[in-house]
Design a protein around this ligand. Structure first.
Ligand code: CTP
Length: 468
């Protein structure tokens, strides 16, 4: 690729470019190339966002991924996936099905992947040059993202009528599939059968996630896992170097709890589970053996983590008990403090003239407190504190009351947008003091916390400072 020289730009533009480049971890020339690509309509502008794992300690660094992109609307996310993998030192070769090319162009994919994109089984030049068998062999991992219902069906039946399926049939490498489809297609018995066949064949899955679909008004399970979740799954599959937490085990709680009032109503809160899930993923990526006890959330299970799904506080407590003993407990869940004294067996009806029912509440078990005072207490117990006022004072009181070693306190006043949002500003409260961390993405908070956990256990980590 020809080089770009940044001359004759006025100082303000140069400064803006310099700042953009620094923010995105690119050189100024690279940043200019991305912007020019976008202006020419070749590739979208993609700002480097937060990373789940520091590029330097990404376990799959130096490995080669063959990425197969099939034809779904989520194909645009593959561009971000390629960039995230490449910035972590993973070589990416891309293959696109005919349908994928209706959603993103091979030119855009090639520009981001930094090389030729393979599209045709019968392209004589490409077959002569490299060939589908070599493509299948010259990778450490084959990733299919997005994997449409159609491609999954063809894989399950061993078809090989295009380049993508021919490679998938020829490869002896591990295969990771990120399904993406309409929820009705994901639920269909045929897809269920095909996915079960792939799993029996040893194919690994990441996602799909639950939530809003690209089609307006559609929601359910079928959305492709986020690029960073796929990056974590690739790291978990290809990682060879033991992480800084290798040999340690952890239990993490995440998300809200739902406390039933009657068969159709429940008490809940605004927790999304993003912070807890990010911590579980980061612990696993650092080599710990992790059990995640998740309340009702719409997030995909993190890769490499044993996830137990629960609804109520009491179920969450039982699942945490079952996970003990562990070395580390990180209790992030926004557990409902109260549940109804008795769940009504039938839907509570509006009886004429009687007014609203009175809900008698009773206290839920305090899971953090029971772990903090447990006979098999983990060596490091970390709680979170959701506060709307007097953050440090309340957090210090919680530290004592709950028997925790650290409390990660955050301000969840509505104006902060933290509860349910993607960013967090936390304060680490320990027996010796309070540290104020800068506002960061929840994945970066997780990474900084994992660095602190590692140094607590005397493990060396490349970066022990939050926000570093
Ligand atoms: N927690 C828990 N079980 C509960 C309530 C809270 O394990 N029944 C844990 C949370 O996971 C978190 C910590 O305790 O790690 C603090 O949660 P928070 O909601 O901030 O505190 P509460 O104990 O509920 O106190 P309060 O509502 O009075 O602030």
């Amino acid at each position: 690729m020809a080089s770009i020289t940044i001359r004759n730009l006025d100082e303000a533009a140069k400064q803006a470019l310099r700042e953009r480049a620094a923010r995105n971890g690119r050189s100024m020339e690279e940043e200019a190339r991305v912007l020019l690509g976008a202006a020419a309509g070749v590739a979208p502008v993609m700002d480097a966002g937060p990373t789940t794992l520091a590029a330097a300690d990404y376990p799959a660094r130096g490995k080669r991924v063959l990425l197969i992109i099939s034809g779904g609307i989520a194909a645009y996310k593959s561009l971000d996936l390629i960039r995230r993998l490449r910035e972590r030192g993973v070589g990416v070769r891309a293959v696109m099905t005919a349908a994928a090319q209706r959603f993103v162009t091979p030119l855009a994919v090639g520009a981001i992947a930094g090389g030729e994109v393979f599209t045709d089984l019968f392209d004589r030049a490409a077959e002569h040059d490299i060939g589908h068998i070599r493509l299948a062999r010259e990778a450490d991992l084959v990733v299919v993202a997005p994997a449409t219902a159609d491609l999954i069906a063809r894989m399950a039946h061993g078809l090989a009528d295009d380049l993508a399926t021919a490679i998938l049939l020829a490869t002896a490498r591990p295969v990771l599939v990120a399904p993406a489809m309409n929820p009705a297609m994901w639920r269909h018995p045929a897809t269920r059968r095909n996915v079960a066949t792939l799993e029996r064949d040893g194919v690994r899955l990441v996602g799909p996630a639950t939530g809003e679909m690209a089609e307006s008004g559609e929601a359910g399970t079928g959305r492709m896992a986020e690029p960073l979740d796929i990056v974590a799954a690739v790291g978990a599959l290809l990682g060879s170097a033991p992480g800084p937490l290798a040999g340690l085990s952890a239990v993490v709680t995440s998300g809200p709890t739902h406390e039933p009032i009657d068969p159709v109503r429940y008490i809940a809160n605004r927790s999304s589970g993003r912070q807890g899930h990010a911590i579980a993923a980061a612990l696993a990526a650092a080599g710990a053996r992790v059990t995640l006890v998740a309340g009702p959330v719409t997030l995909a299970d993190p890769a490499g983590v044993a996830t137990v799904h629960v609804e109520t506080a009491r179920q969450m407590q039982a699942a945490v008990e079952a996970a003990l003993p562990v070395d580390i407990a990180v209790m992030v869940a926004a557990v409902a403090d109260w549940r109804t004294q008795a769940e009504a067996g039938q839907k509570i009806k509006k009886a004429a003239g009687e007014g609203p029912p009175v809900l008698a509440l009773t206290e839920n078990p305090d899971i953090l407190r029971s772990v903090g005072h447990h006979a098999r207490r983990p060596r490091l117990v970390i709680g979170f504190a959701a506060e709307t006022e007097q953050l440090a004072a309340h957090a210090r009181a919680k530290l004592k009351r709950k028997g925790a070693d650290w409390i990660v306190a955050n301000d969840v006043s509505p104006q902060t947008g933290i509860m349910g949002g993607t960013r967090n500003r936390v304060h680490l409260v320990t027996a010796t003091g309070v540290e104020d961390w800068p506002e960061m993405d929840k994945h970066d908070v997780a990474r900084a916390l994992i660095a602190r956990i590692a140094s607590h256990f005397g493990r060396t980590v490349p970066e022990a400072r939050p926000g570093a």
